[in-house]
Design a protein around this ligand. Structure first.
Ligand code: PEP
Ligand code: MN
Length: 333
């Protein structure tokens, strides 16, 4: 399953031209189940940014559906959005990362979908897409999946990461808990950077994911939202791995993705620690203190020793801290 299209529906021309160029690629990609996306209500950080075309944009998505015969998706963040989108015949609704962080909002959306189906007689909704919350909370993501499943409509999870980084440990948790729910990768919001999209797309096959949601714009540099992360339609085939083949050893690859993520964090944390060390060095110099303060080092060692862990882990950690401390002293010289 591949959800391609611009971040925002900006104008009729932009929506139609982007869709037309995406559809032209269809024949080059086997097993490419395509859904067209465009946000009409945009959750923006600043009230001065483009907020989306609003309900008017739904008509442009209707036109894409009729002209190109592909299902269409848009983001909903309130019961009113749900009603308007379903009345316009939108096939897939997605719930963004900010809404996904707020269970009351997700429940209200689930209730509105249930109401539209049972009380308004609306049919034709093919799926509800739920992004991971902006904060790395796998339990909340799982809870939201359950809230939405009560509607009886198939639910699809999208891993879009947190703070422009993947959160493999969270995605792995959800994949293990709910292997029955398709999971897609959103490399666009995961990185915030068009240059990083092709590399991230490799993860779809490596981890045995079910596809991707990628922001694709007819003219990325002129996009009214998320300009830095959108790619041209043609780049999906020119620069991104196009998958459709499962990969063996996916569980090992998930674990390796988690380890790579932790290694990056370790690296960053150690680099930050050295930076603070250098600032301490400057302070000591200004106050005529020598870099080595045995009292302080003993305090750090005691803190490690007092941790409620096995002797073996404590010995191992002490070895690491010895190396870190030696380097710190060198940095302070
Ligand atoms: C989007 O898909 O355009 C979007 C706003 O995504 P997210 O909720 O993941 O930030
Ligand atoms: Mn976007």
């Amino acid at each position: 399953m591949n959800i391609l299209g611009p971040c925002s529906a900006e104008s009729r021309e932009q929506v139609i031209e982007t869709a037309s160029r995406i559809c032209d690629l269809g024949f080059q990609i086997s097993n490419f189940k395509l859904i067209y996306r465009a946000g009409v209500w945009k959750p923006r950080t600043s009230p001065h940014s483009f907020q989306g075309a609003g309900a008017e944009g739904l008509a442009w998505l209707q036109e894409v559906k009729e002209r190109f015969g592909i299902p269409v998706a848009t983001e909903v963040a309130s019961p009113e959005h749900v009603r308007l989108a379903l009345e316009a015949g939108i096939d897939y609704l997605w719930i963004g990362a900010r809404s996904s962080a707020t269970p009351i909002v997700v429940q209200a959306i689930a209730d509105a979908i249930g109401f539209a189906i049972s009380e308004l007689g609306i049919s034709g909704l093919k799926g509800i897409i739920i992004k991971n919350p902006v904060n790395a909370d796998g339990d909340l993501w799982l809870g939201n999946i359950e809230r939405l499943e009560k509607t009886g409509i198939p639910v699809i999870a999208v891993h879009r990461g947190c703070n422009h980084q993947p959160c493999w440990f969270m995605a792995h948790q959800v994949r293990l808990a709910r292997p029955d729910i398709p999971m897609l990768l959103d490399p666009s919001h995961m990185s915030g950077d068009a240059a990083k999209v092709p590399e991230l797309m490799k993860k779809v096959a490596e981890l045995g994911l079910d596809g991707a949601m990628v922001e694709v714009h007819n003219n990325p540099s002129a996009a009214l939202s998320d300009a830095a992360q959108q790619i041209k339609p043609e780049e999906i085939v020119e620069r991104c791995t196009v998958y459709g083949v499962g990969c063996k050893d996916t569980e090992l690859n998930w674990l390796r993705a988690e380890i790579d993520e932790l290694d990056e964090q370790l690296w960053d944390t150690i680099a930050k620690r050295m930076d603070v060390s250098r600032r301490i060095g400057a302070w000591k110099k200004a106050h005529d203190m020598t870099p080595l303060q045995p009292e302080r080092y003993r305090e750090i060692v005691e803190r490690i020793k007092s941790r409620d862990e096995s002797q073996e882990s404590r010995d191992f950690m002490l070895k690491i801290w010895e190396i870190i401390h030696e380097q710190s002293l060198r940095e302070q010289e």
